[in-house]
Design a protein. Sequence first.
Length: 147
Amino acid sequence: MRRKSLSGAACPIARTLDIIGDWWTLLIVRDCLRGMRRFSELQKNLGVSKNILTRRLRALVAQEILEQKPAADGSAYQEYHLTEKGRGLFPVLVALGQFGRENLPGRDPNPMTLVDKKNRQPVRKLEIRAADGRVLSPGDTLMTRLH
């Protein structure tokens, strides 16, 4: 069954999901955020078929989330690097990870934790804040046009 394209939708969430709305795509971005660059290491870490990985990587490059660059070691390989647009997905992945950690516990009694490199402390839970700094819940917000 083919997916319906949401690229022309008025909703920015729908348009974003049109690009990153499958699990392989977000897992590729996750691994690139962790420093993986080569097709072979992405394929090995994800356990995804080569044809699926190829399609997802092409789509991420076409959407300017990833860019291909010559390998840093001077070999004939190409590497995949996150663009600024791709790095913009970092908070999305952090939010998904925090949600999963809180609501979908795994079997590992000591799971991986995202920490600040500088002081090795766990990062705080993401919060939505008002311009004046108040923490907002869904009931404290609404969608409107600012005109």
